[in-house]
Design a protein around this ligand. Structure first.
Ligand code: SF4
Ligand code: SF4
Length: 473
């Protein structure tokens, strides 16, 4: 991979975090295929984020972390603390999917789907709708405090706070359920803990998406620091075609493009960049591969009747004279993992993680049953019956109330006493089961038996043990 410029060595556009808002609030929005793709990829994720605490499957929200009972409800499945290994495979599979995306096309997760950039994009859109275009905002900032129009910023901040509250509400609803939290809010019955977390997430969203924006990606997110270990020579990164673009010419002298490079130095690629870098200076750690500079530059190239792709997704071959005119994104062979051991490794790890998760999900039981003999005595008897005592333990791992009946599968044996157990969701409980035979029954010594556990007349488990009776009548 070409030399990446470390974040700490960026040019003057990479301002210290205290100046971040100066650049953030001067970002110009741009239209183009990559920005459309950003909206199309992030839209369904935003919708899922907002609806997850409200939509129910198997009588529980599709995402609900029930802290009281230590249960996670996820898309109709219920996970208990002892299912942690299963969730570990899921987390590992997600991580390897992210590594594959990074190996194929750099930080596309960051640019297209990461909540930080998606929320920043939404907040920037609100800013543009309320305060006007970048130029208008910059002009407004140059006015004195008394000359400024304060109504527009007030509307903007009110809209930001509302969006931040909806985000904070949704976060908290993952722990309280959507309807449960809504009830608490409208009846003003939320406890101090819930109010604290609502305020915390609202403020965090407002500051992150409204003020810090992509400075979080630059200065706080650890993923940017180690993503370079996932890339290889074929990884696609947003790159500037130096051979074609340089030497730059002034944008007024467009008729001279044959004698100069194609870059007219219009600075649009810098103005639309959410992290405030100039991609023409080379590959940079700060770049989140959002494609905004590609859209901006392609628009300029179209206006000048020049081929698009001066800035494009490309691998190292953008610097190769034989190959540099073809955007590699259009060459399907480029995406194949031939001669890419790292990509193969990630794919293998992904397949293993997902397979293990799938196997565990498919073999996951809703209930756990356990049968043990009374260790105190082999049997006890009276003038009518010989009896053995057993303990049946059942754990209900579903989110429904469940009832079970125990039966003994032997013609000479019967259950004396209670044989029914009711369990609320998540409950683990036991009952003592007394299995008996008549004193004159033919069973002598040791007899293997089966205890059948039924739910609504359906067999849920067959448990094995031994029944003991006196060796002689
Ligand atoms: S948008 Fe294109 S033409 Fe304009 S400065 Fe950037 S690279 Fe040059
Ligand atoms: S350089 Fe281009 S792709 Fe990279 S963050 Fe800036 S606008 Fe996005």
């Amino acid at each position: 991979m070409s030399q990446l410029i470390p974040t700490t060595e960026l040019d003057e556009h990479d301002r210290p975090i205290v100046d971040a808002t100066q650049h953030n609030q001067a970002v110009r929005l741009v239209k183009g295929p990559y920005q459309l793709l950003r909206r199309l990829s992030s839209g369904p994720l935003i919708l899922l984020f907002l609806l997850a605490p409200w939509l129910t499957l198997n009588q529980a929200p599709i995402l609900w972390m029930d802290l009281d009972r230590h249960v996670l409800h996820l898309f109709g499945l219920t996970f208990w603390p002892d299912d942690l290994l299963m969730l570990t495979w899921l987390a590992m599979g997600s991580a390897f999917a992210l590594f594959i995306a990074a190996n194929i096309a750099g930080r596309i997760w960051c640019g297209f789907t990461c909540p930080q950039t998606v929320w920043s994009m939404m907040f920037t859109w609100v800013e543009e709708k309320t305060e006007g275009s970048r130029n208008k905002r910059l002009k407004e900032k140059q006015k004195s405090i008394h000359q400024r129009n304060w109504l527009r910023p007030i509307i903007k901040h009110a809209a930001w706070l509302m969006m931040a509250f909806i985000t904070g509400f949704t976060f908290v609803a993952y722990f309280e359920t959507g309807s449960g939290l809504f009830q608490q809010v409208i009846t003003a019955s939320a406890n101090h803990e819930v109010i604290f977390w609502l305020a915390f997430f609202t403020l965090l969203t407002y500051i992150n998406a409204g003020w810090l924006r992509e400075q979080v990606c630059l200065h706080m997110c650890p993923y940017a620091r180690f993503q370079s270990v996932m890339v290889d020579k074929k990884t696609l990164k947003v790159s500037y075609d130096v051979d074609r673009g340089e030497p730059r010419k002034h944008k007024q002298s467009t008729s001279q493009h044959n004698k100069n490079g194609d870059c007219v130095d219009c600075q649009l690629c810098v103005q639309v960049c959410p992290v405030g870098i100039d991609i023409r200076q080379g590959l940079q750690y700060a770049c989140i591969d959002c494609g905004a500079c590609i859209d901006a530059c392609d628009n300029i190239m179209s206006n000048l009747n020049l081929p698009k792709g001066l800035i494009r997704f490309s691998d190292e071959s953008i610097h190769n004279q034989d190959n540099k005119h073809l955007p590699q994104t259009k060459n399907i062979k480029h995406w194949l993992p031939k001669n890419r051991p790292r990509l193969w490794g990630y794919l293998l790890a992904l397949v293993i993680s997902v397979s293990l998760f799938a196997i565990q999900i498919l073999t996951k039981s809703d209930y756990e049953f356990h049968l043990s003999r009374d260790r105190g005595q082999l049997y006890f008897y009276n003038e009518l019956n010989v009896s053995n005592a057993f303990t049946v333990s059942i754990q209900n791992k579903t989110s429904q109330i469940s009832a079970f009946d125990a039966h003994v599968n032997h013609p000479d044996l019967f259950i004396s006493g209670g044989n029914t157990l009711h369990l609320i969701p998540g409950q683990k409980a036991s009952m003592t089961l007394t299995v008996s035979c008549k004193v004159d029954c033919p069973i002598r010594g040791k007899q293997p038996i089966e205890i059948i556990i039924k739910q609504d007349e359906k067999i849920k488990a067959t448990l094995h043990s031994l029944f003991f009776a006196p060796a002689t009548p």
